[in-house]
Design a protein around this ligand. Structure first.
Ligand SMILES: Nc1ncnc2c1ncn2[C@@H]1O[C@H](COP(=O)(O)OP(=O)(O)OP(=O)(O)O)[C@@H](O)[C@H]1O
Ligand SMILES: [Mg+2]
Length: 408
């Protein structure tokens, strides 16, 4: 009788062993996924650091260059050739500005700051410019965008990363004969903004389609992909109150559809109150530690505004004088000695009526310090390089807020 026991025990042991092997396998997979996530996060962080450093170094001289070229453009009555040379120079400088801005999309998104309202068409166009050289190796990219703004509230850098992944996924699906087509279509409908990335590539078999949003799922060679592109895109969609879906037919192609709430209603400007419309020729104080930048911006803005320029300590003397009146004070945030925050605090103490007219500006992409101050104090932020259009917009926004003077 005793003899019949061992097979039962063996079966139990076997089942237990199988369970342990399965658990180990699961753990191994989980670690693999985490490793992948780490590699991706490190890569993004490294690019982000590089982008932030670069933006900081490049944006000041670039702001100076752009402002000077814009003034020249307004003054020059030279030959047609001289005008065309200047137009090329301006075009080149604006492209450098766009490239530096695009790099900003890759800055770390650990602390994305507060959401802002932006035109998604610009994000799509910027991402398309980045992806085009890669896409061109396999096919063509066409954009179908509406003529009017696609306003969305959120973080354009995050959406840029998500859209870049969708366009690269589409590219990888194309055959290598150069005849593939990728179409990015965006429309506003039913209170939402819909972006579709369509390719006529290989498509995804039904049994794999169910898995493409699993973190770590990838059919690409190990080491070349992390399988985090789509899960990340889904995450970004969720963070924006939106959704993402994918449709695919093997041999015919794939469509990924991103739906986001429109921010158009939020942007509808409040009717401006008479007392708060910007003055015809506003008095503007520009504060920066770079004299060349002050000169160049002073010239550009000077066409429409009464501009005073100063470094931080001269600005404080001007701002704390009892008779000082400015409609707008634009101050650099990072300056040697007295920085933008200190300047703001001093003005809050001495001239609370002027503190609400302070706008911060910075050349860095994601200055968390600046963002925190701006959030806490409800201050406007201008990204360098800025021109007369951005300053005009800031004036209007301040006026619309009709911000009451601070007390205390
Ligand atoms: N447009 C598409 N056409 C065909 N297959 C696709 C398409 N988009 C995604 N896939 C499939 O979904 C998988 C997961 O995509 P996902 O973007 O999450 O990761 P990945 O592209 O493999 O890696 P990574 O984005 O990190 O480079 C891909 O490996 C591919 O098999
Ligand atoms: Mg991908």
């Amino acid at each position: 009788m005793e003899r019949s026991k061992p097979p039962v025990e063996a079966a139990g042991l076997h089942a237990e062993l199988e369970q342990k092997v399965a658990a180990l396998e699961e753990e191994r997979e989980r670690r693999g996924r985490l490793d992948g996530e780490l590699v991706r996060a490190e890569r993004v962080a490294a690019v982000g650091m590089l982008a932030t450093g670069l933006a900081h170094e490049v944006n000041n001289p670039l702001a100076c260059l752009l402002a000077s070229l814009e003034v020249l453009d307004q003054h020059l009555d030279g030959s047609a050739e001289a005008r065309s040379i200047l137009a090329d120079a301006l075009d080149g400088a604006r492209r450098v500005r766009d490239v530096v801005r695009q790099l900003g999309s890759f800055s770390p998104k650990a602390d994305p700051g507060s959401p802002s309202v932006f035109d998604l068409r610009e994000t799509i166009e910027a991402v398309a410019r980045m992806a085009r050289p890669t896409i061109r190796l396999r096919g063509r990219l066409s954009l179908q965008l509406p003529d009017s703004e696609l306003l969305v509230s959120g973080w354009s850098g995050q959406l840029a990363q998500a859209l870049l992944n969708l366009m690269l996924n589409a590219t990888h699906a194309l055959a290598t004969d150069g005849r593939g087509r990728i179409t990015v279509r965006a429309v506003e409908q039913g209170g939402g903004v819909e972006v579709e990335v369509h390719d006529d590539g290989c498509g995804i078999p039904a049994e794999l389609l169910a898995r493409v949003f699993e973190p770590g799922f990838s059919t690409k060679p190990a080491g070349e992909a992390t399988g985090l592109g789509l899960p990340m895109a889904a995450d970004v969609a969720r963070a924006h109150g939106g959704t993402i879906e994918i449709e695919s037919v093997v041999g015919a192609g794939t469509t990924v559809r991103l739906r986001l709430p429109s921010a158009r209603a939020a942007r509808t400007p409040a009717p401006p109150r008479m007392s708060s419309t910007p003055p015809a020729r506003p008095r503007v104080l520009l504060v920066d530690d770079e004299p060349a930048l002050l000169r160049a911006l002073g010239r550009v803005l000077g066409r429409e505004m009464d501009v005073t320029t100063a470094d931080a300590s001269a600005a404080i003397s001007l701002l704390t004088a009892s008779e000082a009146t400015f409609d707008l004070v634009i101050t650099d945030f990072v300056m040697p000695g007295i920085g933008g925050e200190e300047l703001y605090r001093i003005v809050c103490g001495a001239r609370p009526d002027l503190a609400g007219r302070i706008v911060l500006c910075s050349g860095a992409h994601h200055d968390h310090h600046l963002q925190r101050l701006a959030d806490e104090e409800h201050l406007l932020v201008l990204a360098k390089p800025f021109g007369i259009a951005e300053v005009r917009r800031a004036m209007v926004e301040l006026a619309e807020r009709g911000r009451p003077a601070r007390t205390g």
